[in-house]
Design a protein around this ligand. Sequence first.
Ligand code: BGC
Length: 494
Amino acid sequence: MSLPHIGHDSSSTIPRSGRRTAWLWSSLIAIGGFLFGYETGVIAGALLFITPEFDLSAFAQGSVVSALLLGAMLGALVAGRVADRLGRRMTFGIEGGVFIVGALTTVCANAYIPLLTGRFTLGIAIGALSATVPVYLSEVSPAEIRGRTMTLNQLLMTIGILSAYTVNFAFSGMENWRIMLAIGIAPAVVMIVAACMLLPESPEWLWARGKTEDAHRVLRSILGGAGATAHLRGRDRDELSTRDGFGWRSLLMPQVRPALVVGATLAAVQQLSGINTIIYFAPSIIADTGLDVSQSIFYSIAIGTINLIMTIVSIRLVDRVGRRWLLLSSLGAMTATLTFLGLSFVLEAHPTVSLALMVAYIAAFAVGMGPVFWVLVGEIFPNSARAHGSSASTAINWGTNFAVSLMFLSVVRAIGLGETFWVFALVCAGSFVFVTKYVPETKGRDFEAVDTELQRRFARSGPARALAGAGAGSASADAPDMPRIHAPSDSGPR
Ligand code: BGC
């Protein structure tokens, strides 16, 4: 559910205390994003010391990194079902519990196999969190601040990455990799306590379970009494009898397919743009530029800081200029920086030029493609398919992340570093065209308006229409059994 604009000037009708409450809930659950970022960043530093202690081969090192990505793909796949069955809160509690088991397993590991098992378990928790956090954020945020609250997820992720780099730096002198890995447990405990004791269940989930009174109580904290009543009054009661039981099938319904095409494409493209080759392999790439490798932790911290600063810029812009504008400018700038980065390697330019271009590329990603993908994952799917749609898109994101990380070094060896960055540039250029044609603006809109816009965009294009099996006006006829939750009629700006 989008908690919509109640009236045209929503800022004057949603109580200030309600906005504060939405921000508080969103900040607490975005700790899930921190865990995602921390585990992404910490392993490179920890591996420096684990490798000699466990005598790991290059393959074993790679598998310790990628076991998390594979686990995450699995976690993301199951999360939607669990979140629909047990509720969002209980799912967060379980995810936090699995995270702690995985973290403890890695901290106490005395050999390669327990370490690998711990990383895989951590991955399951992180993948599941990355699929459910955007769903919850979108369900407790009023439309006018939804872009910002949802971007909190990415902000905490970048803070997690930067914290991990800093922890790596701080503990590298002591060579204590167990402390590096153990530090992630503290925020997980905070998240579990928040999910179990402080956060309410998602009003959307409560409503779908027929717990109207409970949904009203939660909505009251954000929209005020009259706002909550108006919001629920406008909704389709038939949904209550049809909501359950759609599961994965809901994604194949003609009306949902355009959202799936957008979610899956952006998920893959986010990774095929090469972001994690820089996040994971920055030290080796930096070594390739000819700069002093002993400074690599310093350079990593610089990259992490730019990532964080530009995500803050994105938070300030996302509800003002909209998702499409941010995505398109981001993709345009990524295409340009990747093209020049490739050129700097091919022409063997001065190392600082390559480094500056890498930083510029990260900035271009962090202001748009990074956060906006995670915002859209929570916004483009209709209510009845949101948890599964987020699961599927997130799993594709992790799967592509795994494939790119696995193949990056081999592709570099086969075609060259500069040429590999040109491939990423081509992907970004192609995505620019895709976003221009098919990605709807979601800023300030309730989900029904987003859906109408999606159908319109896909109906205009022959091939996409065939792919998505959808068309404007045909949706309800094609999918008579598609449950809908109607938001109040004001759909925000178009
Ligand atoms: C991506 C991650 C990436 C991170 C970097 C996220 O949006 O999904 O794969 O590591 O951004 O900040």
